[in-house]
Ligand binder design. Structure first.
Ligand code: NAG
Ligand code: NAG
Length: 328
């Protein structure tokens, strides 16, 4: 009860030094007499990516570890600082999600941060002006690339955030810019297209790899970032193992052809030998027939009849005839 009265007295009379009281009063007086003494936070910054706004800050040097931080925002239209409920007691190193607090994308905002420890506070540190639509950074839509012969097919997917009840993030896109680079020789070009979920990049070389990066343009903000490149072949390139198959098939064909040619040459040589062997005898036979008329040389006559085609024969015929030949 005594303490209660002292407290009341203290708050009514401020830090009047002539108040008499117990130890408690002296302690309270002491703390009230000390001015706001915490170091102010620094680097108070509102950053924004795809219309998600985040406040970050650094605690001032020598800020006690038990200090917490309070965030307030100011709308230029209302000119009134208002505490952000979810960011009233941040710890050092935490950030404040301002996405809901800065809900009018057409207004201008400021934020400020104050350190608080027990009943000591710091001065407020104020950020610069922030305009959601023009200060946000637009990232690229998510996308995948696949080949379609002499073209690339891109599937695009914009984030589904709503900026306003009837305004999606993709409504802020002007064009989607495709930067296409051929891996083989680094030749490249750009293509502007209105945002669509499916986009075809035509007139490319088939069986060749291209890498695509995607950026958006916007009529509200100039701050955009590109995607990482994604690469794809326009059509499947000839895989290594099929090259092996083709070359081994070619090798096998050559070997067969070589064997055939060898056989033909060997066969003709054989026939030629037979010819040489048979011909003198046939000449002899002619000779003998001329001389003796009745003289029978049956084995030689067989030779003659069989070797007759030799006079006009091709090598194939020679081979055929050599089969049925028996001159011994
Ligand atoms: C707080 O601000 C006042 C003036 O506005 C200044 O005199 C004082 O030094 C500041 N305190 C700290 C801790 O920065
Ligand atoms: C910030 O808040 C928005 C809206 O409540 C939410 O969609 C988003 O995921 C939050 N961002 C982070 C980083 O927590």
């Amino acid at each position: 009860m005594e303490l209660w009265i002292l407290l009341l007295l203290h708050f009514h009379l401020g830090n009047a030094p002539w108040i008499e009281g117990g130890e408690e009063a002296e302690r309270l007086n002491l703390t009230i007499l000390v001015p706001p003494s915490l170091p102010s936070p620094s680097n108070v910054l509102i950053s924004s990516f795809n219309m998600e706004h985040t406040l970050s800050f650094l605690p001032g040097a020598l800020t006690p570890s038990d200090a917490h931080f309070t965030v307030q925002i100011l709308r230029s239209r209302k000119n009134l600082w208002r505490t952000v409920g979810v960011c009233a007691e941040l710890k050092a190193g935490q950030t404040c999600n301002l996405t809901k607090a800065l809900k009018d994308p057409y207004d201008d905002y400021k934020a400020r941060v104050q350190a608080v420890a027990l009943n000591r506070t710091s001065n407020w540190t104020v950020s610069g002006w922030f305009q959601p639509l023009t200060d946000t950074v637009l990232g690229p839509p998510a996308f995948s690339v696949s080949g379609c012969g002499n073209c690339l097919m891109l599937q695009l997917r914009a984030p589904t955030q709503t900026v306003l009840p009837k305004l999606q993030l993709q409504d802020l896109y002007g064009d989607v810019v495709f930067h296409v680079r051929r891996t083989r020789d680094d030749s490249q070009f750009r293509l502007h297209q209105p945002y669509k979920e499916e986009i075809v990049i035509p007139h490319l070389q088939p069986g060749v790899e291209y890498c695509v990066t995607v950026t958006v343009t916007s009529f509200t903000t100039t701050h955009t970032v590109s995607s990482k490149p994604q690469c794809a072949f326009t059509s499947p390139p000839p895989p290594r193992h099929s090259l092996y198959i083709i070359s081994s098939l070619l090798g096998a064909f050559c070997a067969v052809a070589f064997i055939l040619v060898g056989l033909v040459m060997y066969g003709s040589r054989l026939s030629f030998k037979l010819l040489k062997y048979c011909l003198p005898k046939s000449l002899l036979y002619v000779f003998f027939q001329g001389q003796h008329r009745s003289g029978a040389l049956p084995d030689l006559s067989r030779c003659v009849s069989a070797s007759q085609p030799h006079d006009r024969g091709s090598s194939g015929r020679l081979r055929n005839t050599s089969k049925g030949l028996d001159c011994r």
